[in-house]
Design a protein around this ligand. Structure first.
Ligand code: PLP
Length: 372
């Protein structure tokens, strides 16, 4: 059997006619940058997450950068996040001349540990970027409480968590701004790059809309030094169609996750494989189904040989990256992030997987441990 980590063709085929018709319309209209098609999708997405405003931009990375810019983060400021994330979370901070400050993760959810947050705050701290890693929200009530007491901004890195929930609300309204990515492998994937920021704050929404067009509200008059970061109409029409199916796909991912849990348990593998865990009150959308295993690299090689695609998200925490040596962190500074980087492995979880495929994946993992 051949089971790739992600099969976007399986998702596209049933939507082919609907999407191609919308693409054709945009081609006929020849209006590509922002405009009514993008505005319509911004409205759909705002409604979906329950936010007052949504501002499209070129990527999730830019959504983070624009959020920080709108909050006035710059040289000399500090922004707290986790080291066990995709590079963009910390990269956005550095791009503005500010300093990423790391706080370790909780071992079960892989998300920011709020009990370690307060001691990372200094007089220079301006914002916190909790990441909703793998599709599960960070502990936002605890993070927001500290942010409020210390007067810090909170930016949700919700790039992997569109549709995820916490306490009856969706990711997108749990901080001051929330950043979404439409990179093709995310749960809502574009046909290229794309991103969105949501917020309930009118002042931030206005600033974001200005900053994404070179800091201009009136053409050729510039109030701030912004950037060029826009969502285009072709991506917007594709995303607006796909958004209608997002909850259905999330249900498929959740069903597959529950089935994996069941299969691992039935195979007696729970001493070898640590399953993902969901915190009470969280609605997990499984952008990734990430397990911890021993002998991970040998197991991955075995699975590859058997046709099963896997990936390591993420193999090297931010504080140990070459580009961040100047931050002065040493190996051992964030032991839970470092350990996660050594043990995690993500398995195929997309909605279109069949029960036979899920069963095969678990069988091949059982097969590996039987030989040990
Ligand atoms: C994908 C991702 C980003 C960046 O999104 P792009 O659209 O690829 O720029 C940022 N943070 C996290 C956690 C992500 O997974």
């Amino acid at each position: 059997m051949n089971i790739p980590l992600l099969d976007l063709k399986a998702q596209f085929q049933p939507l082919r006619a609907e999407i191609m018709a919308a693409v054709q319309t945009v081609c006929d209209e020849q209006g590509f940058i922002l405009g009514p098609r993008v505005a319509a999708f911004e409205e759909s997405l705002a409604k979906y997450v329950g936010a007052r405003y949504a501002i499209g931009c070129a990527s999730g990375s830019d959504a983070l950068l624009l959020s920080l810019m709108a909050m006035g983060v710059g040289q000399g400021d500090e922004v707290i996040t986790i080291p066990f994330t995709f590079f963009a979370t910390a990269g956005a901070v550095s791009r503005l001349g500010a300093k990423p400050v790391f706080v370790d993760i909780q071992p079960d959810t892989f998300n920011l540990d709020p009990t370690q947050l307060e001691r990372a705050v200094t007089s220079r701290t301006k914002a916190i970027i909790p990441v909703h890693l793998f599709g599960q929200c960070a502990d936002m009530p605890a993070i927001n409480q500290i942010a409020k007491a210390k007067r810090l901004h909170v930016i949700e890195d919700a790039c992997q968590a569109i549709g995820a929930g916490q306490g009856g609300q969706r990711a997108g309204v749990l901080g001051d701004t929330a950043c979404f990515s439409f990179f093709p492998s995310k749960n809502l994937g574009a046909f290229g790059d794309g991103g969105m920021i949501t917020t309930n704050d009118q002042g931030l929404a206005d600033a974001l809309a200005m900053l994404r067009v070179h800091g201009s509200r009136v053409r050729y008059l510039h109030e701030a030094v912004g950037i060029n970061s826009r969502l285009d109409a072709l991506q917007a029409v594709v995303l607006d169609i796909k958004l209608k199916y997002l909850d259905q796909w999330a249900e498929g991912r959740r069903r597959n996750a529950a089935r994996y849990d069941q299969l691992f348990r039935a195979a007696g593998l729970l001493d070898r494989v640590t399953l993902p865990s969901t915190k009470a009150g969280n609605f997990h959308v499984y952008n990734q189904y990430t397990v911890r295993v021993s002998k991970r690299d040998e197991l991955r090689a075995h699975l590859k040989e058997k046709g099963v695609g896997t990936e390591i998200y993420y193999p090297l925490p931010m504080h140990l990256q070459n580009c961040y040596q100047d931050l002065g962190y040493r190996k051992g500074a964030f032991p839970l992030s470092e350990r996660a980087a050594e043990e995690v492995m993500s398995l195929p979880i997309y909605a279109e997987l069949s029960d036979a495929q899920l069963t095969y994946v678990v069988e091949m993992i059982a097969d590996f441990f039987k030989r040990q």
